[in-house]
Structure formats: C-alpha cells, structure tokens
Design a protein around this ligand. Sequence first.
Ligand code: NAP
Length: 261
Amino acid sequence: MTKVGILGSAVVGQTLAQGFKQHGYEVRIGSRTPAKLASFTESSGIPAGTFEAVGAWGELLVLAVHGMAAQEVLTLAGAKNHRGKIVIDTTNPLTRDPPVDGVVKVFTGPNESLLERLQAEKDLTYLFISHDLRAVRHLSDRVGRKQILVGSMLATAVVLAAMAFSGGSPLFIALVAVLGFFLYATRPVIQAWLLEATPRNMAGSSIGVLFGAQAVGAAIGPLLGGLVADRWGLLATFYFLAATIVIANLFVVPVRKALPA
Ligand SMILES: NC(=O)c1ccc[n+]([C@@H]2O[C@H](COP(=O)([O-])OP(=O)(O)OC[C@H]3O[C@@H](n4cnc5c(N)ncnc54)[C@H](OP(=O)(O)O)[C@@H]3O)[C@@H](O)[C@H]2O)c1
C-alpha cells in the first residue's frame, strides 16, 4: 500500500490526511513542531513527524503548506527524500498580506507558476489537480496545441464509450464530471491555435467562424442526438457522440506542422 506523507499541518493537510486514510492509505502528517498535532493524532490515528521524517517515510508526498513556505518546507523535507517521488501540490502562491478590497495578492508573475518554480529549483516530479482552465491553456502552450487537442478528444471519446457501459451506476456520474473537463479543456486550445494559424487582419472573422460553427453544432447536435435516441435507444447517443469526436480527431491528426506556441 502506498505510504502518503502529508507535508503541512493546517486545515488542508489535516483534511487530505484524513481523506487518504479513509481510502485505505497509510498516512503520516508533517510539521515543524509535530507535538502540536498530538490531539489530531489522537482523534485521527494519523502519526505526526517532522517534515524531514515524513518526507523520508512517504512514497507519495502532498505539499500542503503556505505558498510562501513551500520552498523552505521542501528544503526541510530534504532533497533526497522527495527526488523521484510524485509530489501532489495544493499550494497557492499567496503572499502573507491581507486581501485588499477582497482581492488576495500573489507573489508569482503573470506567466509564472509556483509549481514550475519549485519543480525547477527542487527537481520535482509533480502532479497537479486543477479546476482552472487557464492551467490547461498554459500546458498547451508548453506541450503543443495539437497534442493537447488530440489527447483531450481521444479521452472524450473513451469516456463517452465508458458512459454507455456504466449507465445508471455511480461511475456514470463520475464519468460525467471527467467528460466535462475534457470537453471544455479543448476550447481555449482550439481558440489559441486558430488565432496563431490565422493572419492578424483576419482574427475577428476566424473567431466569428469558430463561434458560428459552435452555434450550428449546438443547434443541430441535440436534434441529431434526440433522433438517434428515439431510433436506437438512449445509450446509442453516447456511441454516436464518441464517433463524432473520433471523426473530428481525424481532421486534427493529419495537421503536420504544429504552429509555434
Ligand atoms: N488547491 C486548493 O484548492 C486549495 C484550497 C485551500 C488552500 N489551498 C492552499 O493549500 C495550502 C495549505 O493551506 P492551509 O490553510 O492548510 O495552511 P496554511 O495556513 O496556508 O499553511 C500552514 C502550513 O504551512 C507551514 N508553514 C507556514 N509558514 C512556514 C514557514 N515559515 N516555514 C515552514 N513552514 C511554514 C506550517 O508549518 P507548521 O506545521 O510547522 O506550522 C503549516 O504546515 C496553502 O498554500 C493554500 O493556499 C489550496
């Protein structure tokens, strides 16, 4: 069983520690002063240790500390203890200043992420979980539009086919959530790619064509889906959708030259 070392003792660290434990993982939680976690350890059964001890013990690490302390905590955990391990990062790059008019301050620049800064400085293997589509767009800037688009569309088709198999089960609901991510993840990538591939003086009309095509799809799609459902049954619409996405992918795959990001 994977040993999960949580680096961070506040609400996020404690919540994730309990969540991992509930799902059957062996968990330890780290802090500069593990003694302060005595009552948490007593109620949860999760042992506490220093960042170094937990970093060394964990096979998978979760970084759940204040963003300003992230570098310091990884140093305390010890480079040899996190090198080669997956580090799940929950930190936000927030300063310690209070919000101004409800707006929090970040210490990273507009095109910089704390995660990448830590990865470069600390040689991390990272896994991030994001609900922010800007992250997908940023990834596509680095990995390449075509790769992200083809990957997302293939994943969408696979999820749709899996939905047809799992209709009525709790898995179906989980798949709906995953489907939403892949479907919407493609949109900013398509838009960015389109703008790069279009001469500047035609940017307006190309975006107009894109939005127009989306509107036509939105108008015709439900009608076609309804017809398929009436004729061949509800599950057939999932296969129908999966097939249309595979066909759409066939238009993307032959594009030879991925334009520079
Ligand atoms: N991804 C998300 O959806 C989400 C949601 C909420 C919060 N967050 C982020 O999750 C992280 C944890 O949030 P939180 O509210 O649980 O905790 P927090 O109050 O932001 O940070 C507490 C943790 O940071 C460590 N720490 C603080 N200052 C330090 C320093 N100078 N040197 C070393 N360690 C220091 C503390 O260590 P000790 O144990 O030694 O005191 C403690 O473990 C934050 O970055 C927050 O922005 C993410």
